[in-house]
Design a protein around this ligand. Sequence first.
Ligand SMILES: Nc1ncnc2c1ncn2[C@@H]1O[C@H](COP(=O)(O)OP(=O)(O)O)[C@@H](O)[C@H]1O
Ligand SMILES: [Mg+2]
Length: 302
Amino acid sequence: MNKMPQFIFFSGKGGVGKTSMASATAVFYAEKGLKTLIVTTDPAANLSDVFEQEIGHKVTAIHGIENLYAMEIDSDQATAEYRERALAPIREAFGDEMVAIMEEQLQSPCTEEMASFDKFTDFMDTNEYELVIFDTAPTGHTIRLLELPVDWSRHIEESSKGSGQTCMGPVQNIQDAKEKYDNAVKLLQDKEKTHFIFVLQPEATPIKETIRSAKELGEIGINTSEVIVNGILPEEELQNPFFKKRGEMQKKYLKEINEQIQLPKRKMFLLAEEIRGLDILRKVGDVLHNQQEAVNEIESGN
Ligand SMILES: Nc1ncnc2c1ncn2[C@@H]1O[C@H](COP(=O)(O)OP(=O)(O)O)[C@@H](O)[C@H]1O
Ligand SMILES: [Mg+2]
């Protein structure tokens, strides 16, 4: 990365190491002195496990390191907050009966998605942190989320023709939020401000999914910055037949990655231990970000 972005998104298939790579990156930059927040939008979030402390649906300072904060967005709580924010002006102006009608309209999966988006745009709307790292849910879910506001104008138009209300809340609310969302979309599409990183492993499915997802993001004007190839077996471990065979499989897929993914790449080796606790996170962050700049073609060896 030449110039530091303000936002870094980590995406990829479940289990490839998104949370680990995002957390290690957060630790790395917090230690460099940047006031850093890591937010997870993955319902299967486990930042608490990774940092070995209670986190939850609130910004929490991480013990044992300066400049680092974390939050696990709880989708139920985010939805409740969003609903309440949408309903408050109605309650004031029209009373409880109208609120009951609205409440029903806000019981939809779309409201939940909107609420998650709303929550994370909150973090794009503030300059409180020098770096915000988003550890996102597996790719499909995240892309759907990012597509929402890009579809924005059409959505408003359609809903204003109908009852004047949508799963997002009354049109007036949407209009108010529009500026914030437009701004978030602009930031998401700004290559300098926002980096989008896919994590994958040298295996068939994650490669396919990365290629497809990067293309889908491109269609909504979001550029993929680089990929992290995680879980590479260290060369010196390839002695016994089992690992030798697995190492050969990985080499075949690394070749595919080099050929099919024309993006800067970083590599991360499989460690003997789980990635949790500051010591290991520091080690992983160093390996990831102190290696030479991300390269176009990675080699399989160390
Ligand atoms: N390079 C690695 N070496 C060893 N363990 C790893 C590595 N990358 C990830 N893990 C472990 O794999 C599991 C899944 O990683 P995680 O970061 O939670 O994936 P995701 O967020 O993509 O679902 C975790 O237990 C993590 O500690
Ligand atoms: Mg995760």
